[in-house]
Design a protein around this ligand. Structure first.
Ligand SMILES: Cc1cc2nc3c(=O)[nH]c(=O)nc-3n(C[C@H](O)[C@H](O)[C@H](O)COP(=O)(O)OP(=O)(O)OC[C@H]3O[C@@H](n4cnc5c(N)ncnc54)[C@H](O)[C@@H]3O)c2cc1C
Length: 288
């Protein structure tokens, strides 16, 4: 392995300076559960790994009445072990609690999961259906990007040289909001999704005011399906949910590989979209 520096940044500016100095030969390090594997496998020409988890801003975990701020280095366990946050964000907990096992969840976070930009990342679709905004810092200042625009290809994102993700912000769910994520894996845990779907709904009585459906492992990036828009203004009935699930299936563009065929994945998206929409509606009703 090519020797590289470990840089422990303690401020946003320090991290930007270290990342900018080495350009594409530097990578941010959060929990390291993907990064260290890539580094060991020699997948990157690395001069430096810049540890961003000792920066106060990347550790923020703040639930306000209108906004939830989730630092880019907050490990999964801090999300689901916080009683207040897990009560308000069961859909995020669906994701945070299935990324690897306990050891992985003690290090890995939803920020690292997003930045890794794997099409099968279990956290990304949940972030999408919670309308997340990504706060990115770099030599040119700070910019915000909607999470559905963050991933640009397998392992690729909008993050440029010298930049890193500082935090994610999402609206605090109000009454009548519900979300859920489910994936299909051949094993019960410690496996990569063959397909996954996250859904969210905002209900007013039995009417769906707005909805989001996002698909994982069925395209080069996570996909925001048109199924959510199709549900807006409709009643939360089994018939409407089934029709939306069919639309989600049609929005998938999977490949056949050793983990599943394109046909199986397309079918799975329909099943998982129906199930997660039903679960999201159930949670929305509980939250009324
Ligand atoms: C045994 C095992 C099981 C796993 N199971 C699952 C699973 O079930 N589901 C799943 O989705 N994943 C799984 N993973 C993959 C991995 O654990 C997750 O993707 C995890 O969320 C990554 O988070 P991290 O904090 O460890 O990121 P890191 O490994 O630190 O970083 C991941 C990537 O993002 C970049 N990066 C990190 N932080 C930032 C930042 N703030 N700004 C810009 N770039 C950044 C890094 O340079 C690297 O390229 C598993 C991994 C292992 C080893």
């Amino acid at each position: 392995m090519h020797p590289f520096k470990y840089v422990r940044a303690t401020s946003v500016d320090e991290a930007i300076a270290a990342l900018a100095k080495h350009g594409e030969r530097a990578r941010p390090l959060a929990g390291g559960t993907d990064a260290l594997i890539m580094a060991r496998a020699g997948r990157w020409e690395l001069d430096a790994l810049v540890d961003i988890k000792h920066i106060p801003e990347t550790n923020i975990l703040e639930l306000g009445s209108s906004e939830f701020r989730l630092g880019a280095a907050v490990p999964c366990y801090r999300v689901y072990e916080d009683e207040q946050i897990s009560a308000v964000f069961p859909g995020l907990v669906d994701s945070a609690s299935i990324i690897g096992g306990i050891q992985i969840q003690s290090r890995a976070g939803l920020g690292g999961n997003l930045c890794n930009a794997s099409p099968s990342g279990d956290g990304i679709c949940s972030l999408i259906v919670h309308n997340t905004t990504c706060v990115i810092a770099g030599p040119g200042g700070t910019r915000e990007v909607a999470v559905e625009d963050f991933c640009t290809g397998p392992g690729r994102s909008v993050i440029g040289d010298g930049e890193f993700l500082v935090e994610m912000k999402m609206p605090t769910p109000q009454k009548g909001f519900g979300a859920a994520y489910q994936r299909f894996t051949p094993r019960n845990e410690m496996d990569i999704a063959v397909a996954g779907v996250a859904s969210s709904v905002q209900l007013d009585g039995d009417t769906i005011v707005s909805a989001r459906v996002a698909l994982s492992a069925v395209g080069p990036t996570p996909i925001l399906s048109s199924a959510g828009d199709q549900l807006a203004g409709k009643e939360a009935t089994a018939e409407n949910i089934s029709a939306a699930a069919q639309t989600a299936s049609g929005d998938a563009s999977p490949i056949t590989d050793m983990r599943g065929t394109a046909e199986q994945r397309t079918h799975l998206v329909g099943v998982l979209a129906r199930r997660t929409l039903e679960r999201a509606v159930e949670r929305a009703r509980e939250n009324n």
